[in-house]
Design a protein around this ligand. Structure first.
Ligand code: FAD
Ligand code: 2HG
Ligand code: ZN
Length: 507
């Protein structure tokens, strides 16, 4: 049962969906005949449908129809959870012939509404595709089903002293296929680079059911166009990623981290420069947490860092990590950095804490990784994931807060907090606006305001989370008409009937 306000919000979302998807092809709904067809090659427990002979209740589909933030909601009647690439191929072939829209879904942790239907498309969940296929401990090449959870892969290769080249707060739920499809960045990008570099090969089921077996484990392969790159970051609009070959680095022999409290944001960049000079090759993360973000993380039990006295007078915090070969060597470098920071006439930091145990190491990381979780406990978040010049991070957060104040929306019943955090080392700011509820007024105050601001810095409106359903209409702020047109032509080559994740990425 909806309250009238909630119903009004639903209506606005429906209208927006309709506006955003007006260029989308007309697609067919799943019928009970389609379910009978799928039942010929899928076990019964792989089909969750309200149209089955033994129907599931719509409430059982709720978790698949709703995104992680509770901001986007689809109305799919059917979720298929195949176990093999061949089964996925048969599903896609059928859906292509029948013109049924398909939404590939991994861990459903995406933050731009890409993993849930805009209407009643079929949801293709990769949950049952979760086997490691091979691991070569010499080269570090790992080949796995796309539905493997990121953390499970980490656990698999830890005994071999390898780590995954990416790490993120959603590691316990997100899948490697979802990571690749969003080209997730995360907390290790500074050190190990993007997935465009570490993915060695992919197995993909194309919209017509053809299996593209490109699961190479070679480091080098210059035989024509590098097709796998197109699927990295395609957000399920070109095909279903079913298998992944990825290069995993050797685990560092020593890791350290520390949290530093800074009196002013102006010190972040000089600190970054100094950290790079002193720590050079061992610097593996340099993350920013502004004061509001830090306080929310602490409030919602996401890790422990500095005492109340120590954070007094701090405008923001930096989490710095080193990964190296020798503990003593790395600690010496860190200590020299700390001494330099504290001994200067005008110190860049107020204070800091260097982790002394594996538990404290994790606790400091949790303060940064846990901000997203903390924000979701505090309220409903509008999330802008942007690339802009580092020097402008604070300007953008302040300008957004000011805009909301001007519109009379900065109070407990509307917008509670405006905060900024993110991957300084990669030039990526996460601007979060935490509201009591999602409302058209707040959205109208934020958009296109934020996008125009980003464009004024020649920045990107999506640094790492993707476009999804949220930003299709805003792509032009960061991409030229020529580029968007080429993307549409590429999409047409792969998916001429427009069945793959309709309404996402491209309008
Ligand atoms: P889903 O959310 O299920 O899907 C995401 C998109 O990929 C959708 O468009 C979907 O259709 C498509 N997709 C999924 N699987 C496949 C497949 N096998 N084949 C084709 N298409 C597919 N992102 C970052 O970049 N960096 C971060 O640090 C980061 N931290 C996060 C922390 C938290 C707490 C949360 C909730 C999210 C975070 N994210 C981050 C966002 C999110 O993009 C990642 O969590 C992750 O990459 C999504 O993986 P998933 O398996 O959940 O994909
Ligand atoms: C992070 O870096 C993630 O923590 C999530 O990319 C950011 O929630 C967000 O806005
Ligand atoms: Zn991030």
């Amino acid at each position: 049962m909806f309250s009238s306000r909630a119903a009004a919000r639903q209506l606005v979302r429906h209208i927006k969906r309709w506006q955003h998807s007006s260029n989308q092809p007309t697609l067919n709904s799943v019928t009970s005949d389609d379910i009978a067809h799928f039942a010929q090659f899928l076990p019964q427990n792989s089909i969750l449908s309200t149209l089955s002979p033994i129907p599931v209740a719509p409430s059982e589909l709720e978790q698949y129809n709703t995104d992680w933030m509770g901001k986007y909601r689809g109305s799919s009647t059917t979720v298929l959870r195949p176990h093999t690439t061949d089964q996925i191929s048969k599903i896609m072939k059928w859906c292509n012939q029948r013109r049924i829209g398909v939404v590939p879904q991994g861990g459903n942790t995406g933050l731009v509404g890409g993993s849930v239907p805009t209407s009643n498309e079929l949801i293709l969940s990769l949950n049952n595709m979760s086997k490691v296929r091979s691991f070569d401990p010499v080269s570090g090449a790992l080949v796995a089903d796309a539905g493997c959870i990121l953390e499970a892969l980490t656990e698999y290769i830890t005994p071999h002293n390898h780590i995954m080249p990416l790490d993120l707060g959603a590691k316990g739920s997100c899948q490697i296929g979802g990571n690749i499809s969003t080209n997730a960045g995360g907390l290790r990008l500074l050190r190990y680079g993007s997935l465009h570099g570490s993915v060695l090969g992919l197995e993909v089921v194309l919209p017509d059911g053809t299996i593209l077996d490109n699961l190479s484990t070679l480091r080098k392969d210059n035989t024509g166009y590098d097709l796998k790159q197109l699927f990295i970051g395609a957000e399920g609009t070109l095909g279903v990623v079913t298998g992944v070959s990825i290069l995993t680095p050797a685990a560092p022999r020593a890791v350290n981290n520390m949290i530093l409290a800074l009196p002013t944001f102006e010190n972040v960049l000089p600190l970054f420069k100094l950290a790079r000079r002193h720590l050079s090759e061992i610097l593996s993360a340099f993350e920013l947490i502004d004061r509001t973000a830090y306080e929310l993380a602490v409030k919602h039990g996401q890790g422990k860092g500095l005492s109340d006295e120590e954070i007094e007078g701090a405008q923001c915090f930096v989490l710095l990590e080193t990964s190296g070969g020798k503990k003593e060597h790395d600690e010496e470098k860190l200590n020299i950095l700390l001494e330099t920071l504290l001994e200067s006439d005008s110190p860049l930091i107020n204070t800091g804490v260097l982790s002394q145990s594996p538990a404290q190491f994790s606790s400091l990381w949790k303060l940064r990784e846990g901000v997203t979780e903390a924000v979701s406990k505090e309220g409903k978040a509008y999330k802008y994931d942007i690339s802009i010049p580092l020097a402008s991070f604070k300007e953008v957060v302040d300008a957004t807060r000011e805009q909301l104040r001007r519109k009379g929306l900065l109070h407990e019943n509307a917008v509670k907090h405006v905060l900024g955090y993110g991957h300084v080392g990669d030039g990526n700011l996460h601007l979060n606006i935490v509201a009591a509820a999602y409302t058209p007024e707040i959205e109208a105050a934020l958009e296109p305001f934020v996008y125009e601001l980003v464009a004024s810095y020649k920045g990107s409106i999506s640094a790492e989370h993707g476009i999804g359903a949220m930003k299709t209409h805003a792509m032009h702020y960061s991409k030229s008409g020529v580029a968007i047109d080429l993307m549409k032509r590429i999409k047409h080559v792969f998916d001429p009937h427009g069945i793959m994740n309709p309404g996402k990425v491209l309008e």
